[in-house]
Design a protein around this ligand. Sequence first.
Ligand SMILES: Cc1cc2nc3c(=O)[nH]c(=O)nc-3n(C[C@H](O)[C@H](O)[C@H](O)COP(=O)(O)OP(=O)(O)OC[C@H]3O[C@@H](n4cnc5c(N)ncnc54)[C@H](O)[C@@H]3O)c2cc1C
Length: 321
Amino acid sequence: MAGDDFVSKLNMSIGEEMQKYGFTQRFIDEMVVPVMRFNYGQGVEMNAFVGAISYAWTESGVWAVAGGNKLVCNGLLNAAKAQFIQGTVTSVQEKVHSTKSGNTVKMYEISYVTDTGPGLDLYDIVVIATPLNKKLSNIEFVGFDPPIETLPKPYQQMVTTFVHGRINASFFGCSAPCQFPLLDILTTKNPKFFIHSISAASPVNPVPESDASKAVGLRVWKIFSPEVLTDEQLHQLFESYYAVKVRSWLAYPRYSPPEKIPSIKLHRAIYYLNGIEWAASAMEMSAISAKNVALLSYHQWYGKDDHIDQQDLAERLKSEL
Ligand SMILES: Cc1cc2nc3c(=O)[nH]c(=O)nc-3n(C[C@H](O)[C@H](O)[C@H](O)COP(=O)(O)OP(=O)(O)OC[C@H]3O[C@@H](n4cnc5c(N)ncnc54)[C@H](O)[C@@H]3O)c2cc1C
């Protein structure tokens, strides 16, 4: 898929697209909506591209990183031998900088705050890798014309709740003893449902379950919900529970096609990765965006314009493979 196919998927909803291909409304409501709610906390009004990605997750064989996704970032940082400053960027401003040879060059001054206090550094190229939408990053772009502003479109709240407890199977219509193991429960769109999904969390490297846990049916459950769950709701979901961890996220764009993807290039040498999330928000998408920005900034920096937007590149890559 490329070009017009890609654009058309951003301009229509996954519901409309599936109807076009002949899927019934009932199939969409009962088989597709729950998957969209599970992955993105939204329904089939999302654009068809993110909808297709969301559905791909129903396939088995999606991978996970043993030890946590942060290990990928740690590994990349080590491999790049990058100097890493852990802090919060507060502002970006273009400055004219005098070189030792007496010339002047334009650079970007980045202000940030770390645990040890405020800092300031000059850079040739800036890559923004966090959403520039409201409440998400609070970076001020000072003195740019045209201005670089906070993006107006909202992100969707998603609350994750991890519970160590015994699920109340009868709440889900399965009276004890339940005939089949409850592992993943997805929900259709219904104002009565206060969760998007509940699923048994399975570690990448399975830890042997203690006999005591097995005997009483204790597991760690992961719940996605639009709001923080009340104690009363938790008591409906679980016969008993022992530990609860809650984390609220502004997780993904709130999709409403037709979708316009924010610009990748915000200024002469300021690039923006997270616009890709408006096509679909997923780790792989961020990785693709990062690779494209790395190539684009490199080619622009070295003036290799013939390497940018090569019309026949897709065809050439196909024949190379
Ligand atoms: C609950 C949940 C479940 C998900 N499940 C999946 C899944 O199963 N598979 C999948 O592919 N994707 C999943 N995603 C989506 C995935 O997490 C995102 O697509 C991915 O994290 C985007 O990566 P990113 O590096 O572009 O942005 P982020 O991961 O959002 O990273 C941005 C970073 O920038 C930092 N930051 C923000 N402001 C500043 C500042 N001013 N200065 C310095 N740093 C700043 C933030 O602290 C953050 O660390 C999930 C997301 C959520 C919330």
